[in-house]
Every structure is written in C-alpha cells, then in structure tokens.
Design a protein around this ligand. Sequence first.
Ligand code: ZN
Length: 199
Amino acid sequence: MSMTHTLTTIAALASLALPAIAGEHAHDHAHPQHEQREPHREHGTHVHGIAQLNVAIDADSLLVELTSPAMNLVGFEHPPHNAQERAAITAAREQLEDGAALFVPNAEAECVQISSQVTLDLGEHEEHEHEAGHEDDHDHHADGHGEWAFTCANPVSLNQLDVRVFEVFPGTESLRVQLITSAGQRGAELTAERHLLDL
Ligand SMILES: [Zn+2]
C-alpha cells in the first residue's frame, strides 16, 4: 500500500467509524440540558472523556489520528472568555503538535515524527446580550483533531505504541482505537491504566 493509499484508508475509516464527528462543528443542539459537571454525559455528537484514535501502519509509515472533545484537552468547549482561556487553548495546541510526546513507538523501531496537523478551534466569544436565564456556553461543543505521521527506520521491529494522551490530557478517560495494518483492521480500547497498544 502506498502512503497516499493509507491516508485515504484512514480517512475512509474515520468517516465509517466516527460518523458523528466527521463534521467538526456538527454539534447537536437538541440536548439543552447539558451539565458540565457530568463528564460522561452524552451530547449526541461526542462524550466527554472519550476520544477516537485511528492508527495505521504502512511499510515504514506510522499514521495516528486523534479526534477528541475539546473538554478533554482544555477543560471547556465554549469560545474563550478571557486571556486565561485563550492561553489554555494555545497551550493545548502546542501539546498536540508534539506528537512524539503523545505517541511513543517502541524504541527498536526507530520512529521519528515527520509531520503534524492539529486543529483546536473553539471559536470567538461574541459580546452580545444574553437572554435572561440563558447560558449560551451550554450550547457549545467543540472537538480537537490531530494527525501525525512518523517514519520508522526499523519498521519490522514496530510492535507497540505507548499512548500518553492520558498523561498529557488528564481529561481523557478512554480512547476508542481503530488499528489498520497489513494484517487487517481491529479495534481496541485504551485507558490511563492500559495505554500500551500492541501493533
Ligand atoms: Zn461537548
């Protein structure tokens, strides 16, 4: 499989496995009783604490794609209200861009990150009049997305990926993983306690 083919495959997989988040801003506004203190609450489009991870291996290429509720990454999903919240978003983006700190292949494979593409856009807070009793922050949901490519000097030794998303972003409780290799496709679930993905 060519690299281009794998990228196409991972995109196709993402659209199959993650239909609700294929559109990053396709938030479901039909759930007005969103309560931020309940991290497991279902919003229709995503569940806080849970994120999707796609991993594809093709020859010497390792491709990783993460789609996560922004809640897991910055602790809120509304447009930033102040400098502190803007700084939190900037910091999370920088942490996302460092894929080598989030995803650590076993050392024998000698993989290095060659590219990253990160999106974390919570919009801009609009200074408009708020209706009495209406908290418009509760209508906002946002996802972060990242894609990282690694190239491995010794790909035959590639057999494990240490996923450190849970340490970097403690708001992440579980990752639903789809893994594509030459051997086929399989799913897995990772948590802070079980963060090693066998490849
Ligand atoms: Zn949300």
